[in-house]
Design a protein around this ligand. Structure first.
Ligand SMILES: C[S@@+](CC[C@H](N)C(=O)[O-])C[C@H]1O[C@@H](n2cnc3c(N)ncnc32)[C@H](O)[C@@H]1O
Length: 191
């Protein structure tokens, strides 16, 4: 599959599931801050092989849903091989289009993918369409001024202020940066 040069190379998928990343992020602990509850509908944009998907499925439980959207069939196959529970629904497709109905999602999660998608204006507009009233969106990504040389090329990164501006322009309210460390940041917004 041809891909733009910002897009994650599926050949490097082992980097997304390794033990170092697991202990760095501890997904169940990191996700706990969002106050998600059983039965909710979560959209995971750019899920890859499922680093965040499985802990999200644990939180929303059998009565909830986690829509895992990714352009890479190879990465979705890798997720499928990890025996996902039935509340994980795989959705192969290319962003910015999101093949879900209007107002169908309680919470949308974009981990290390916002900077890969073109054009960002259409991505946030699609997010606004699928997230329901009182729904929320969260973007975790790389700081352009990160300390480490790991991660995507600096020229490809999007700053938290830029993410906030895109979200506000699409009509999201209360867009703000809610966390950062030396390398990454989190932006959250509501409908
Ligand atoms: C750096 S990986 C992050 C994966 C996952 N969110 C994580 O943190 O482990 C970025 C993911 O976004 C997907 N992606 C990038 N551009 C995309 C697009 N235009 N449409 C759908 N998925 C895309 C890639 O295939 C890849 O799985």
């Amino acid at each position: 599959m041809p891909h733009n040069d910002k897009r994650f190379d599926p050949q490097h998928q082992h980097r997304l599931l390794n033990a170092q990343r697991q202990s760095q992020w501890d997904p169940p602990r990191f996700l706990a801050r969002f106050g998600l509850t059983p039965g909710q509908s979560v959209l995971e944009v750019g899920s890859g092989p499922g680093f965040w998907t499985f802990p999200l499925a644990e939180i929303v439980g059998a009565t909830g849903q986690v829509w895992a959207v990714d352009v890479s069939q190879e990465l979705l196959d890798a997720l499928a091989e990890r025996n996902p529970p039935p509340q994980i629904r795989l959705l192969h497709g290319e962003l910015p289009k999101i093949a879900l109905p209007d107002a169908s999602i309680d919470w949308a999660w974009l981990a290390f993918v916002f900077h890969e998608v073109e054009p960002p204006e259409q991505l946030v507009s699609e997010l606004r369409r699928v997230v329901r009233a009182n729904g929320r969106v969260a973007v975790l990504d790389w700081r352009p001024d990160a300390e480490t040389e790991a991660g995507p090329r600096r020229a490809h990164r999007v700053s938290p202020d830029q993410v906030i501006t895109f979200l506000q322009a699409a009509g999201f309210a209360r867009a703000a940066q809610t966390w950062q460390d030396a390398n990454n940041y989190l932006v959250e917004a509501g409908q």
